[in-house]
Design a protein around this ligand. Structure first.
Ligand code: CMP
Length: 140
């Protein structure tokens, strides 16, 4: 089952120059990058992307964090890549993320209200479709 997923290297990952290491892990796992760019996100896009978290205590810190620098946005493709990328990312909390995962190996808890965890990946086929349309409306 070939799927597509939206992946973001968040501002902490871009600032720490981990984009190459993250892409390397995606490709070595057998997934392909089919669209990608470095961009500064408009606030409205971040708020829409994270609409399900509106009202949560970390929502504003999350939006500010995502606006704190450019992100690398990409669409990846591969067999069951939505779940595969989430497995590769590890748990949301970098302290709990297993060694061997992107977050487990590379992310550190920095003690802020929002969890800064290097990457975002779509969590379901419905989210992937919505998020890819939001970030890459022209992708066929
Ligand atoms: P992401 O997969 O991009 O989806 C929502 C983001 O909010 C998540 O990664 C974290 O960066 C952040 N986040 C999720 N849960 C919490 C939480 N309980 N406290 C703070 N930040 C969170």
């Amino acid at each position: 089952l070939v799927e597509r997923s939206l992946v973001l290297v968040k501002p902490d990952g871009v600032k720490r120059a981990l984009t190459g290491a993250i892409i390397d892990r995606i490709e070595r796992k057998g997934m392909r990058v089919i669209a990608m760019d470095l961009r500064s996100l408009p606030r409205e896009l971040v708020e829409e992307h994270y609409a399900e978290h509106q009202g949560k205590p970390f929502f504003e810190p999350l939006v500010s964090f995502m606006l704190s620098g450019p992100v690398v946005a990409m669409v990846i493709e591969g067999h069951r890549c939505i779940e595969a990328f989430r497995t590769l990312s590890g748990a949301t909390d970098p302290v709990k993320a297993a060694p061997g995962t992107i977050r487990g190996d590379l992310a550190t808890d920095v003690g802020t209200t929002v969890v800064q965890n290097l990457v975002h990946g779509s969590d379901s086929p419905a989210s992937a479709e919505r998020e890819i349309k939001l970030f890459f409306p022209d992708l066929a």
